[in-house]
Design a protein around this ligand. Structure first.
Ligand code: FES
Ligand code: FES
Length: 209
């Protein structure tokens, strides 16, 4: 014979209802008393969301840009998504490929790991700002062309800025030193030998630039 489930009794429901009603009627006044001042304060002074845009002034390639950004925005996203400077590429977004390399006060950084909010009042140089104002290429840009130091070109902006830093930071003494310094900039087209040749060609001119 099929076993019948135990019917719900009115007394069960009423006990449950009673307990629930008792608990809520006991809790509400307590919470109300505890939260009322906070709720009132939050309404009077809206509690700031951590994602609310903050005003920033960024100095990019010698020009000041005023923007309002989510504080979590990386320098790479600020450049690409908010300022239209797409020279720095997003390869991995994890600091592993070097495609997003830019110069910060003359030293290279991977812009996907730097917060835009952290670079205010600092000079950012991207590939768009490397040539002279009259359009004359930087010696390192010219050397990359002269030595066929790229194929698809995706990694090239990051390679060139790293190469400039390689010279300025005095790591271009010989081939091995250059390869070591440049090892953070990956090139899927494997233009590595030509990149080394380009850096050697542009070394002296870059020091003077
Ligand atoms: S995108 Fe920044 S290191 Fe790859
Ligand atoms: S030139 Fe194609 S990834 Fe480097």
């Amino acid at each position: 014979m099929a076993r019948r489930s135990r019917p719900r009794l009115d007394s069960d429901l009423s006990r449950r209802n009673f307990l629930g009603a008792t608990a809520s009627s006991a809790a509400v006044p307590l919470f109300a008393r505890a939260l009322a001042p906070e709720a009132a304060a939050a309404q009077a002074l809206r509690v700031r969301d951590s994602r609310d845009p903050i005003p920033l002034t960024l100095s990019i390639n010698g020009h000041e840009h005023r923007v309002a950004l989510d504080p979590r925005t990386t320098l790479l996203d600020a450049l690409r998504e908010h300022l239209g400077l797409t020279g720095a590429k997003k390869g991995c977004d994890h600091g592993q490929c070097g495609a997003c390399t830019v110069l910060l006060d003359g030293r290279r950084v991977v812009s996907c790991l730097v917060l835009a909010a952290a670079v205010q009042a600092r000079a950012v140089t991207t590939i768009e700002g490397l040539a002279g104002s009259d359009g004359t290429l930087h010696p390192m840009q010219q050397a990359f062309i002269d030595n066929d130091a790229f194929q698809c070109g995706y990694c090239t902006p990051g390679q060139i800025l790293s190469a400039v830093a390689c010279v300025h930071e005095d790591h271009a003494g010989n081939d091995a030193e250059i390869r070591e310094y440049m090892s953070g900039n990956l090139c899927r087209c494997a233009a590595y030998p030509n990149i080394v040749a380009a850096i050697k060609q542009a070394k002296n001119a870059t020091r003077e630039s």
